[in-house]
Design a protein around this ligand. Structure first.
Ligand SMILES: N[C@@H](CCC(=O)N[C@@H](CS)C(=O)NCC(=O)O)C(=O)O
Length: 199
């Protein structure tokens, strides 16, 4: 049997989103690690898969998808149970809303702070820390009245948002002031099949 391929980088939170969801729903993947530090994402071969020269990339036969949010949508539709991506208009829109937050507010807050502290990326740490404060506060307030992000049950929105929220302390962003966010993180970690990020 040919397994779908995930072009992956072990400490990447975006790649971890895909590995996490695959583990939660029991999708077996062939993992191909891409050495970002050595510039393997910039080769002609990899650029043909993803012109943005980024991981993750997912390849399922002839189908190639880049962007972790898009891969989650594909996996939920193709392999996952429909519960992970609701089919009703409101549920679908709420999932899209949080996928957007994952790429924008979460990326430019705790994910960027982690890039600076863990990998020395030339980004402005103070800006990322300030953005993190606002983002984490808004999400914490929201989660004080909601068990999961998009619907009454976990969806791909939770998988997309979880990695860089849970890994915020690696960017020296404390989760201490956010009890509802910490409760949600524990709930994600209690899901059957949960796997932690590679280090
Ligand atoms: N929106 C994309 C972002 C992907 C992304 O930023 N990937 C990073 C690793 S987390 C990457 O491949 N960077 C390549 C580089 O730094 O040259 C996604 O969600 O997949």
């Amino acid at each position: 049997m040919t397994l779908p391929i995930l072009y992956n980088c072990p400490p990447s939170g975006n790649c971890y989103k895909v590995r996490l969801f695959a583990a939660l729903v029991g999708i077996e993947l062939e993992i191909r690690n891409v050495d970002l530090a050595a510039g393997a994402q910039k080769t002609a071969e990899f650029t043909a898969l993803n012109p943005w020269q980024q991981v993750p990339v997912f390849q399922d036969g002839e189908t190639v998808i880049w962007d972790s949010q898009a891969i989650l949508v594909y996996l939920a539709e193709t392999y996952g149970k429909h519960d992970w991506l609701p089919s009703d208009p409101v549920g679908r829109a709420k999932v899209a809303q949080w996928l957007s937050v994952a790429v924008n507010e979460i990326q430019h807050g705790p994910a960027d702070a982690r890039l600076v502290k863990l990998f020395g990326y030339p980004l402005r740490y103070d800006d990322a820390a300030k953005a993190s404060e606002r983002t984490l506060k808004i999400i914490d307030d929201y989660l004080s009245g909601h068990k999961w992000l998009a619907t009454e049950r976990p969806t791909i929105a939770d998988c997309a948002a979880y990695p860089y929220l849970a890994l915020a302390p690696q960017g020296e962003i404390s989760l201490e002031p956010y009890p509802s966010l910490r409760r949600w993180i524990s709930d994600v970690e209690a899901l059957p099949g949960y796997i932690p990020v590679d280090q």
